[in-house]
Design a protein around this ligand. Structure first.
Ligand SMILES: Cc1cc2nc3c(=O)[nH]c(=O)nc-3n(C[C@H](O)[C@H](O)[C@H](O)COP(=O)(O)O)c2cc1C
Length: 212
């Protein structure tokens, strides 16, 4: 397989410091909306990068579940690898890739846990199997087999069989990332892509063009 021959030229659109929205969160929701309309199969999927106590970075996909009051929300197991990383270093980076629109968005900022109320407000609206899965799965831990995982799920089903509302697991909830930097990338011909970065300075957003 010759990977060196796989390449694509980008030519759909362009991006300019003056025409991009002055508020990066508004610009983000505009692009997200367009990614949804363009039929991206997982428009809210984002790569979340964290770093552990030893400085080892790790990344994985998670789903964006809201953009509220300037923050990006996602949900996970608080005992997972990512959550342990975030406890050691409460900073993270997100990256979205919307190939239909030839666009990438990068986001960096400080992370903190959402309140239990906010986590529960999201949790209680998830489908029942997802709510049970959050109780059953010791995310990021080594488990002996697929059967062992399914047995944990069955135990959880039995445990909450007679319960009307499944409670929020103490080890599960949301995080919010408050960005200090965002970058919007639009693919252009000849690898001369448009990159507009926003960074915060004295409470205001500064927009700058970066070389591709
Ligand atoms: C498209 C996609 C979306 C995902 N969304 C989430 C999510 O919202 N929350 C989550 O905990 N894991 C999600 N996962 C699973 C994570 O990528 C990862 O396997 C898991 O969270 C464990 O990561 P960790 O061991 O680094 O903590 C998703 C995976 C994919 C491929």
């Amino acid at each position: 397989m010759d990977l060196s021959e796989i390449r694509k030229d980008y030519s759909r659109e362009q991006l300019d410091v003056n025409s991009i929205h002055p508020d990066p969160l508004q610009q983000f929701t505009h692009w997200l909306q367009q990614a949804i309309e363009a039929g991206n199969p997982e428009p809210t999927a984002m790569n979340l990068a964290t770093v552990n106590e030893q400085g080892q970075p790790a990344c994985r996909m998670v789903l964006l579940k809201g953009v509220e009051q300037g923050c990006f929300h996602f949900f996970t197991n608080y005992e997972s690898r990512k959550s342990r990383d975030l406890q050691a270093h409460p900073q993270a980076a997100l990256c979205f890739w919307w190939p239909e629109l030839e666009r990438q968005v990068r986001v960096e900022g400080a992370v903190q846990k959402l309140s239990q109320e906010a986590s529960y407000a999201y949790y209680r609206n998830r489908p029942l199997p997802s709510r049970l899965g959050a109780w059953a799965s010791p995310q990021s831990q080594v488990i002996p087999s697929r059967e062992a995982l399914e047995a944990l799920y069955k135990d959880t089903e039995n445990r909450f069989e007679a319960t009307e509302e499944v409670p929020l697991p103490p080890h599960w909830g949301g995080f919010q990332l408050r960005p200090h930097t965002l970058e919007f990338w639009q693919g252009r011909p000849s690898r001369l892509h448009d990159r507009i970065r926003y960074r915060q300075e004295n409470g205001a957003w500064i927009r700058e063009r970066l070389a591709p």
